[in-house]
Design a protein around this ligand. Structure first.
Ligand SMILES: NC(=O)c1ccc[n+]([C@@H]2O[C@H](COP(=O)([O-])OP(=O)(O)OC[C@H]3O[C@@H](n4cnc5c(N)ncnc54)[C@H](O)[C@@H]3O)[C@@H](O)[C@H]2O)c1
Length: 354
């Protein structure tokens, strides 16, 4: 049985605890805030999944110091991710650490420290861009490999979602200033919080053999309001080292949300969408002049995390398994975040050097 420790009994901590329990893992959830542990037991878990699962151990992190786990999941605010991961590796290194997205605050120094420590400790670090492992993404990847849409001419992705939904899931927060979400510098704001779009863009560019993002030109709408300072709209033009040009847009103002990606080819296109309605994701592959392929994949919110949890289990069993969530891919997304901030603030194109 896989033994997992989840740091952070908040929104994502509960999603991943539920996903792990569905697969029979032994789950310990730790939070430095006793109110978060009480909310998990009394509110979040029962509201989402019917009732609290008494097999889940809830405790302060200090209560499990020295215990060995197969998997540690870090589901705390972004600016705490790397210090917590480094502490886990220094104390009782697990086989796998899953760090939630974004990997950290917009800074590449923590990324370097983390990569060095993970290599030295021999710990497999994954980053929680769960959309890479949902059923409709796997289908889109399969169709891209099986059918030709000609020469890929551009790639567009967006995660545009009003963050009222996030605050709805956190009724104990009064607003953005109460949490990292209200601060770009802490890994909040549209650019970091909604970096699923950057990440899925990178994933499909990689699957299509079109390289890694090497140039970024960005315009951000940065606002200061009620004690918070965050980017509410982030628009990026990017180019890969193989010459593919595309756009990525993320915001915290659009409602209803648009989580969408389209790979344009000279002979057709591949379209991918999260939550086409409340119960479905969508994949569409069109070859001009031929019958389109389209699938609406039925899903619930727990499905967003099932592929991710199943994948972690495989990596625990076989640490040499290639992973679309590898640390390197999470760092690649941080490089684009950092470059976009610099580009927007300095009003110039920024190159990403490896
Ligand atoms: N992949 C997804 O779809 C998804 C969804 C939601 C959140 N997230 C990510 O998960 C992370 C957390 O977001 P959230 O919405 O769950 O936040 P949250 O505020 O609901 O929960 C975070 C919890 O971490 C706790 N915490 C802080 N420092 C800690 C420490 N040192 N040890 C233990 N617990 C600590 C806090 O007390 C809080 O209860 C963010 O990086 C966010 O972007 C990802």
């Amino acid at each position: 049985m896989i033994r997992a420790k989840i740091l952070g009994a908040g929104s994502i901590g509960n999603h991943l605890a539920h996903g792990a329990r569905e697969r029979g893992w032994a789950v310990t959830m730790c939070d430095i805030d006793p109110a978060a542990l009480a909310r998990t037991r009394d509110d979040i878990y029962p509201a989402r999944y019917g009732q609290f699962d008494e097999a889940i151990r809830l405790c302060d992190p200090e209560a499990v110091v020295g215990e060995v786990f197969d998997v540690v999941i870090i589901g705390t605010p972004p600016d705490s991710h790397v210090p917590l991961a480094l502490a886990e590796m220094a104390a009782q290194p697990p086989r796998v650490i899953l760090i939630e997205k974004p990997l950290c605050e917009p800074d590449l120094e923590p990324c370097r420290r983390l990569a060095a420590a993970a290599a030295e400790a021999g710990v497999r670090v994954l980053v929680g861009y769960n959309h890479r492992l949902t059923e409709h993404t796997c289908l889109a990847a399969k169709w891209l490999a099986e059918y030709s849409i000609g020469e890929i001419t551009t790639l567009r992705a967006m995660t545009r979602e009003h963050w009222g939904g996030i605050f709805g899931a956190h009724p104990w927060l009064a607003g953005p200033a109460d949490t990292y979400l209200g601060f770009t510098s802490r890994g909040g704001g549209a650019l970091a919080e909604h970096s699923h779009a950057i990440n899925i863009w990178q994933y499909f560019a990689e699957l299509a053999g079109l390289g890694r993002i090497s140039e970024v030109m960005a315009m951000l709408d940065e606002v200061e309001a009620q004690g918070a300072a965050y980017d509410r709209v982030a628009q990026l033009s990017v180019r890969t080292d193989k010459g593919l040009v595309g756009t990525i847009v993320q915001d915290v103002v659009t409602q209803p949300a648009q989580k969408w990606m389209r790979l344009e080819g000279s002979e057709g296109y591949l379209e991918w969408q999260v939550s086409i309605d409340a119960n479905h994701d969508l994949v569409r592959l069109v070859r001009h002049g031929a019958e389109p392929l389209e699938k609406r994949v039925a899903k619930t919110r727990p499905d967003d995390f099932r592929g991710e949890i199943a994948h972690i289990e495989e990596v625990v069993k076989d640490p040499s398994l290639p992973s679309p969530l590898d640390l390197e891919t999470g760092i690649d997304t941080m490089k684009v975040i950092v470059a976009a901030l610099e580009s927007s603030r300095q009003g110039r194109l920024v190159r990403i050097d490896d």
